[in-house]
Design a protein around this ligand. Structure first.
Ligand code: GLA
Length: 727
């Protein structure tokens, strides 16, 4: 039993292997948050304190008790209008135009298995692996009913949250704000770790002290965005990779979001994550229900490394789905940086032929194969194969490539449309535009109104016609701009469009993975502009960034690793000078960086030398040899590449039998001092043999003092060392 209700104390306690989460229903029926952290028994209501606080009002039913105020107490689902002046999780506009909702407890249920959410991605488990707590709250005046959902996965140290909001009253109401998860801390000094960035430079770690006032991250772009990732970590000031307490929240959602951390007047901290509330005003007619997208929570008392490992395992095994979930994915060659729009069937075939010769498994034909699409100004939306350009049918090209022993994959961008396309000319009203206004263009394209089922149906049909033309085993699902002009011709309530768009996207993806269970779908949005837990439910891997520069990738992949498993990180070796930065680093370094991901190539293989081809052959073999460890081993960050002279990371088998150490030298100096890199996750008391040198090392010394890295001349050299436990 991981969920316990104590009738005497009125507490709900959720236990995972190493953590405990506790809440209490108080004498007024308010649901208060008591504790989240290291596993413990007992009742933590002693943490609540009461005092008469000026300008912190009290609910009417507290009578003369001026020490009782929602402005001060830690809560599970703080609602606007109860006298809590901190940022609320829930705001509603009632049918009479008033704001406010005072939610009180009126029941609960504990269920076997973890809940799912209809139409939305969510963590799943076998019935025996999880439990669900449903807590029912309602507002006596408006009759709004809220069911708070808690999923508990004890072995994973994961707690998930969602909510069902039902309008059980008579008139129409509007949800104006909905933060799925809220964590109130009555005390503590924290740092906030968030992940900011831009196109081609995503998920840069930022660690800042939480101070008075609010720190807010989010996206108004209709996608989770390159600019901030929908993931945040609250850590003790002293918390490191290996020690100290830390909490993560990750949003299982691919649209706009808002993450808030606020330190209040009494130095209490509130952390929340949920839907972006700007341009959100979601109507609920009488009897209608809204489902809040899920937030996953995890806590580690052993530092950030363990926190990430919790998220990795959960997402890898309980969020990603389908045939490719647990298997090593094909190593691919992608045509984008090899030839951009300039290709035909024969040149694609020749690229595949070269790749097959090097041991690569799959050819992906990127953008440019459909409609009138020789650059990114036209053709998007016309999902008809351009046989004139290819010089053959898609079916014939696929057959020829399969004949080489290679799989075939294809690029799609179903959500986009160019004004210069047959689709737009036939259905201009299918694009998100505001009547009478000129729309904002992004990459010279518009976005289709995926909040409309008829639009989704049509595009799905067109896409199926393409996918049915041959043995397509992979789809790259791209999305190359932020949403704007979010006006749908299908509704009078424009405040619902951005969320309905995401529901339409999920509907399309669900239909796609159901109809084509054998297709591997890789997510993409101008690289990592929609790298979130929601997409992982449909796509077990996501193109991490349009930036393929190996050194920049170390930083991007470092940030990404805090929240997402290595098996989800799309990463390729590309040409030098790099197309995004102009920098040249050795092909070995590029490969070591790309091996911290699903691995592949993205360059014209005709342009590399025979020696480099031989290296590629070796890299492919090397990756295949270690792929299982890379996918399923424990991932350790051994350095911060943003601030240290080396980028170092390690994959270690959970049972300590093997470990793969990866290092890239970032800083060279004359008369170099030696870098010692300390390994992690080895079995204490055992010896490890490094396979290329045959040298044997004591595990404890490798973990305590480290391994001296060679002092060699050369720019940005990389080392990959494979250790096997020998005694
Ligand atoms: C996006 C992707 C790239 C490539 C192009 C094609 O930018 O991230 O990898 O597919 O689109 O237009």
């Amino acid at each position: 039993m991981s969920i316990i209700f104590d009738e005497k104390k009125n507490t709900f306690t959720l236990h995972t292997k190493n953590t405990t989460y506790q809440m209490q229903v108080n004498q007024y029926g308010a649901l208060l948050h008591l504790y989240y952290g290291r596993r413990t028994e007992g009742c933590m209501d002693y943490l609540l304190t009461y005092a008469d606080r000026g300008f912190s009002g009290s609910p009417y039913d507290a009578g003369n008790d001026r020490t009782y105020s929602m402005d001060v107490l830690p809560q599970e689902f703080p609602s606007q209008g109860t006298g809590d002046y901190r940022s609320p999780a829930f705001c509603v506009k009632n049918s009479d135009g008033s704001y406010g909702c005072d939610l009180r407890f009126h029941g609960y249920q504990i269920k076997n298995g973890k809940y799912g959410i209809k139409g939305l991605p969510a963590v799943y488990s076998e019935e025996a692996e999880g439990e669900t707590l449903e807590i029912y709250l309602s507002d006596a005046v408006s009759q709004i009913e809220v069911c708070l959902l808690y999923g508990v996965l004890p072995d994973l140290d994961m707690i998930t949250r969602s909510a069902r909001i039902c309008n059980a009253g008579k008139g129409k109401i509007y949800l104006e704000k909905l933060q799925t998860a809220c964590l109130d801390f009555v005390t503590g000094d924290f740092d906030l770790l968030s992940f900011y960035g831009r196109h081609a430079m995503e998920r840069t770690l930022q660690r800042t002290p939480v101070s008075h006032g609010a720190q807010v991250i989010g996206s108004r772009r209709g996608t989770s965005s390159h600019q901030y990732n929908p993931m945040m970590i609250l850590a003790g000031r002293e918390t490191t990779e290996d020690a100290g307490g830390c909490y993560a929240m990750s949003f299982v959602y691919s649209g706009g979001f808002k993450g808030e951390v606020e330190k209040d007047q009494f130095h209490q901290t509130r952390m929340m994550l949920g839907l972006m509330d700007e341009m959100f005003s979601y109507p609920l007619e009488s009897g209608e229900t809204f489902l809040a997208p899920e937030v996953v929570l995890t806590y580690s008392s052993e530092g950030l490394g363990k926190l990430s490992q919790n998220l990795h395992k959960c997402f890898r095994e309980h969020l990603c789905r389908g045939k490719y979930r647990d298997v090593v994915r094909p190593i691919l060659i992608n045509s984008w940086e090899a030839s951009y729009f300039d290709f035909d069937g024969e040149s694609i075939y020749q690229l595949a032929r070269e790749a097959a010769d090097l041991g690569i498994d799959m050819l992906v034909m990127d953008d440019g194969w459909f409609g009138k699409r020789d650059d990114d100004n036209s053709g998007l939306g016309d999902w008809q194969v351009n046989e004139d350009k290819l010089g053959e049918s898609l079916g014939s090209l696929i057959q020829r490539i399969n004949g080489l022993g290679m799989k075939f994959g294809i690029w799609l961008e179903p959500e986009g449309v160019n004004e210069d396309s047959d689709l737009y000319r036939a259905h201009p009203d299918w694009a998100l535009t505001i009547p009478g206004r000129n729309p904002v263009r992004g990459r010279n394209q518009l976005i289709l109104d995926f909040s409309r089922k008829d639009v989704v149906d049509y595009v799905f049909e067109q896409v199926c016609k393409v996918l049915d033309q041959g043995n397509i085993e992979y789809v790259k699902w791209d999305m190359n701009r932020s949403l704007s002009d979010c006006f749908s011709r299908s509704t009078d309530d424009q405040g619902r469009v951005m969320h309905d768009y995401v529901l339409g996207l999920y509907d399309f993806l669900e239909r796609l993975v159901t109809r084509y269970p054998d297709i591997l779908v890789e997510g993409c949005s101008g690289g990592g502009g929609r790298f979130d837990a929601g997409m992982l439910y449909y796509c077990p891997q996501i193109w991490c960034s349009d930036n393929t520069d190996a050194l920049n990738r170390l930083s991007i992949q470092y940030g990404t690793s805090f929240g997402y498993p290595i098996s989800s990180v799309g990463s390729h070796v590309s040409a030098v000078p790099n197309h995004q930065t102009g920098r040249s680093v050795p092909i070995h370094t590029r490969a070591v960086a790309a091996m911290a991901g699903t691995f592949g190539y993205e360059l014209d293989l005709h342009e590399i030398t025979e020696e480099e081809k031989q290296e590629v052959r070796e890299q492919v073999k090397e990756y295949k040899k270690h792929a299982d460890l890379i996918y399923h081993g424990l991932y350790y960050r051994l350095s911060d590449p943003n601030t240290q002279g080396i980028g170092a990371w390690e994959f270690a088998a959970e049972d300590g039998t093997e470990a793969l150490l990866n290092v890239v030298m970032l800083k060279m100096e004359g008369n170099m001092t030696v870098n010692y890199v300390r390994l992690k996750g080895l079995t204490s008391g055992c010896m490890y043999e490094e396979q290329s040198s045959g040298k044997v090392y004591p595990a404890d010394a490798l973990m305590e003092v480290g391994l001296p890295l060679p002092v060699e001349m050369g720019e940005h050299l990389a080392y990959q060392m494979y250790f096997v436990r020998v005694s």
